[in-house]
Design a protein around this ligand. Structure first.
Ligand SMILES: [Zn+2]
Length: 540
């Protein structure tokens, strides 16, 4: 042990002593505070463990927003909740879901967001599989048979192993058989006409869920496994009477097989939930007013809302904490910025970038004076991808900022030049669509798409704190450099067709003429939609 300590200790000390050397003392202090005395673990623990998920319209979201404001207040930074509309509200209580016959098993299952509960009572019901119908009329004729039953509406996966396992271990013939089977089953149980019903299964319930709700089913049973072992995504329902539950791949396929084989499985559920009607919705906005150019703005941006089957750790707890921690650092190192620094902690992102769209609509002064906005929203990994979002002059400014970063941070960033504007995906798109300089800080994946994005595994333990503290440090540096920039970024748009042509030529050259996939991008500048400031009346 002692020998090991002697070997390891100098390495550890070396890491702690490492100092970024730049010619700018402010950048060096940002590095020192961000890398050596990070607050990211405490912030993450408070937000993700103690408060938890932040579903639109939920009491958890309001509690989390109060926490944001008091956290900022503790650092002497002013923040407030800015109302922009309403969204349907919902309180998640406990889900208890057990298979009771033909054998007992507590199922890995929970309500999807906004599901009605069972009024605190046990409800026991049998299952039925959604059959294949000749047409929608046949489906409607079948509906009375589903009354009082739990209807299985998701694809029965022939394997709950990820593709990686099949690639590594299956014989080629077996792998090919599985691929064909999976493709056929997933096609049959998806799209606008699930199993010939004429109804869709968007997110959790879709129009099929609503039709079953109307028909008086006991519940809707769904499963959306991702391509990672033991992981599924959990979204929402618009049902108002029959609960909608999400079941793990393994337990869903168990229920499916038992039902198909005539074992008449029954499930007992006790679900506590409350539909709260339309609730006021707010963005939380923190501001440090500029000392020289208060009408010009540098923005930090990360959505604050989350889906609620886990705690929204990487979507978008990590983006949130990146921005919060960057502000904590800047408050100490750079308390009197030249430009105004504004943080947008948006809500309603998961419902269609609602909060950030509304903010842009409500703030003509920011539309006029926005110098740069930095948005992060794709997981816990270190920031490795940036571009100027299709703005020619922004390319010149961003290159200058990147050149001033310490080598430790600069070397990790694959900067792709002028690039193209975001057409959606996260809140920078709400600004890019208006031709504003809204940039994405793109993170390394850490299997975000399969393991944590909208899944019931998106929890504190998935955070990579070494990456997170580096991201907060990098963001603080970019904000400082943007605030100090002697000239404002102008907004000439690139010729997007030409940018894409160049990107494709580069991909072809880099792959010796055989690229796996050619880069895709918009041919025309994306347009701004109108923020839907209430839940669609059709679905309320
Ligand atoms: Zn997100």
């Amino acid at each position: 042990m002692r020998k090991l300590a002697l070997l390891v200790l100098p390495l550890l000390l070396g890491a702690v002593r490492a100092r970024a050397q730049t010619s700018d003392p402010v950048l060096n202090r940002i590095w020192a505070i961000g890398m050596d005395s990070t607050h990211t673990p405490e912030l993450a623990q408070q937000l993700l463990d103690s408060i938890g998920p932040r579903l639109a319209g939920s009491p958890g979201q309001r509690r989390a927003q109060d926490w944001l404001i008091s956290t900022y207040a503790g650092w002497g930074i002013g923040a407030k909740n800015e109302r922009y509309g309403t969204w349907r509200g919902w309180r998640r209580g406990a889900s208890h879901i057990d298979l009771v016959t033909p054998r007992v098993r507590t199922l890995e299952a929970t309500m999807v967001g906004y599901s009605p509960g069972t009024g605190g009572r046990d409800v026991t019901a049998g299952t039925i599989v959604l059959p294949r119908f000749a047409d929608s009329a046949a489906f409607v004729r079948w509906l009375p048979q589903a009354r009082g039953k739990l209807v299985l509406v998701s694809a029965p996966q022939p394997t709950c192993r990820p593709t990686e396992d099949w690639t590594q271990f299956a014989t080629p013939a077996s792998r090919a058989r599985m691929d064909t089977l999976r493709t056929a089953i997933n096609r049959e149980w998806a799209g606008p006409d699930v199993r010939g019903t004429g109804y869709s299964l968007a997110l959790a319930g879709g129009s099929l869920g609503l039709r079953l709700d109307q028909a008086g089913v006991a519940g809707v049973v769904t499963s959306r496994p991702t391509n990672a072992l033991g992981t599924r995504s959990v979204f929402e329902t618009y049902n108002t009477k029959s609960p909608t539950i999400s079941v793990s791949c393994e337990d869903y396929s168990l229920l499916f097989r038992l039902t198909e084989h005539g074992s008449n499985p029954t499930i007992r559920m006790n679900l506590d939930a409350e539909l709260l009607g339309e609730q006021p919705m707010f963005n939380t906005i923190a501001t440090v007013r500029g000392s020289e150019k208060p009408d010009e703005y540098v923005m930090l941006s990360a959505h604050f809302d989350s889906w609620d089957a886990a705690s929204g750790a990487t979507d978008n707890g990590t983006g949130t904490i990146t921005m919060l921690e960057a502000m904590r650092i800047l408050r100490q190192v750079y308390p009197h910025p030249k430009r105004s620094i504004v943080v947008g902690h948006w809500t309603g992102e998961e419902n269609g970038l609602v909060g950030s769209h509304a903010f842009r609509e409500d703030h003509p002064e920011i539309v006029k004076g926005l110098h740069a906005l930095f948005n992060q929203d794709n997981g816990t990994g270190r920031i490795v991808n940036m571009s100027a979002g299709g703005l020619v002059n922004a390319d010149v400014h961003l290159r200058a900022y990147l050149d001033r970063l310490p080598a430790e941070l600069r070397s990790q960033i694959n900067y792709s030049g002028v690039g193209t504007p975001a057409g959606g995906g996260s809140d920078n798109a709400s600004f890019a669509c208006a031709g504003l300089p809204g940039f994405s800080l793109g993170s390394l994946s850490w299997n975000y798409g399969t393991e944590t994005w909208h899944t019931e595994r998106d929890t504190y333990d998935k955070i990579v704190f070494d990456d997170l503290k580096a991201n907060a440090t990098l963001t603080a540096m970019l904000v400082y450099l943007a605030s100090e920039d002697p000239t404002m970024i102008t907004r000439e748009r690139a010729d997007l067709a030409k940018v894409m042509e160049e990107q494709r030529a580069r991909a072809i050259a880099a792959s010796a003429g055989a690229p796996q996939r050619l880069p895709q991008g918009p041919a025309t500048w994306p347009e701004c939609g109108v923020a839907p400031r209430t839940t669609s009346p059709r679905l309320r």
